[in-house]
Design a protein around this ligand. Structure first.
Ligand code: AVI
Length: 310
């Protein structure tokens, strides 16, 4: 019998108290399309701030890099359009680089190669498809110093200690003098953050509800999405943005032949998007065992590209 991790995770999560679903399952084709809409929302400031840093602070970032050549390894690379600004600056500064985008999706890697190659026709690009473990394994045999990029505030979706665990996991594939370059969303006015995760047009709401629809599609579920509300919260002390779906009424839902009971106002925890201060990042850098760090922020100090040196 083959085990279906998606089905197991969903059923287990819905049987927990409090109920929980994993945000890594947001990204089926429909969820990825809604996420593209989120990235264009005026309230979702993250991509604009990160692009500003990659575009306008690239020369400063490159200024701290001592070596003449690097492998630029990007985790969860996506279409590479933002990264291209940084790559362009590296090429302009005559750094000898190879770009190695890693992603689970071979389709998005083909798009990535097209976009980046069009901008930088002479750049050597070696995409590798697969999960983090198998792809990182493949780059360790290369002897060139490397910079591992993890952009887009993706680190924020790891809950609590799991962010540190992930950074330590990546560090295992690095050598002395390599850099880990993280795109991180910073703590700021709570209302600015909350607006990014609770937009008036309801795009983030659809993003969350799409996981219930995915469960209906793939696991013969019968969620009625009209009976769930989207609720987002931000705790300015811990920096945790959390999103929930709230059952509007007492109800029973069937998923893969299992009955799930909801009481009125019961929450399903859907996602954490952690926000950090620069001091929090220094702490994480030290706990993960990196030698030093440098932070490059946008003009509003909303976002940081932080480099941890091993
Ligand atoms: C992918 N990730 C960094 C996004 C974030 O901001 O946490 C996912 C997202 N969730 C709601 N809006 C965007």
């Amino acid at each position: 019998m083959t085990t279906n991790t998606f089905e197991n995770d969903i059923i287990e999560g819905l049987q927990l108290s409090p109920k929980k679903l994993y945000s890594k399952y947001f990204y089926d084709d429909r969820g990825s399309a809604i996420f593209q809409q989120i990235m264009r929302m005026p309230e979702y400031y993250l991509p604009e701030c990160e692009t500003e840093i990659l575009q306008h602070r690239a020369t400063d970032i490159i200024g701290i890099l001592p070596q003449a050549g690097y492998d630029i390894v990007e985790l969860g690379a996506g279409d590479g359009s933002k990264t291209a600004f940084f790559l362009e600056a590296l090429v302009r500064k005559k750094k000898n680089i190879t770009y190695i985008p890693l992603d689970i999706s071979p389709e998005i890697l083909a798009v990535n190669k097209n976009i980046v190659q069009q901008k930088l026709p002479d750049l050597c690009i070696k995409p590798i498809a697969g999960d983090y473990f198998e792809t990182l394994e493949k780059i360790t045999s290369r002897k060139v110093p490397k910079i591992i990029l993890f952009l887009g505030s993706n680190i924020g979706n790891f809950e609590g200690e799991k962010a540190l665990d992930f950074i330590r996991f990546v560090k295992n594939f690095m050598r002395k003098g390599d850099y880990f370059m993280l795109g991180v969303d910073l703590k700021k006015h709570p209302r600015t953050i909350l607006a990014a995760y609770d937009d008036p047009a309801g795009i983030t709401r659809s993003f969350n509800l799409n996981l219930l629809e995915r469960i209906n599609r793939e696991l013969s579920g019968n969620f009625d999405t009209a009976l769930f509300d989207h609720y987002a919260s931000y705790d300015p002390i811990s920096g945790a943005t959390k999103s929930f779906l709230i059952s509007k009424i007492q109800q029973q839902v069937s998923v893969a032949d299992q009955i799930i009971n909801f009481s009125a106002n019961e929450a399903i925890h859907m996602e954490v998007s952690q926000k950090y201060s620069l001091e929090d990042l220094d702490q994480i850098r030290m706990q993960a065992g990196f030698k030093s760090d440098h932070h490059f922020t946008d003009t509003k100090s909303y976002f940081s590209i932080s480099l941890f040196e091993l």
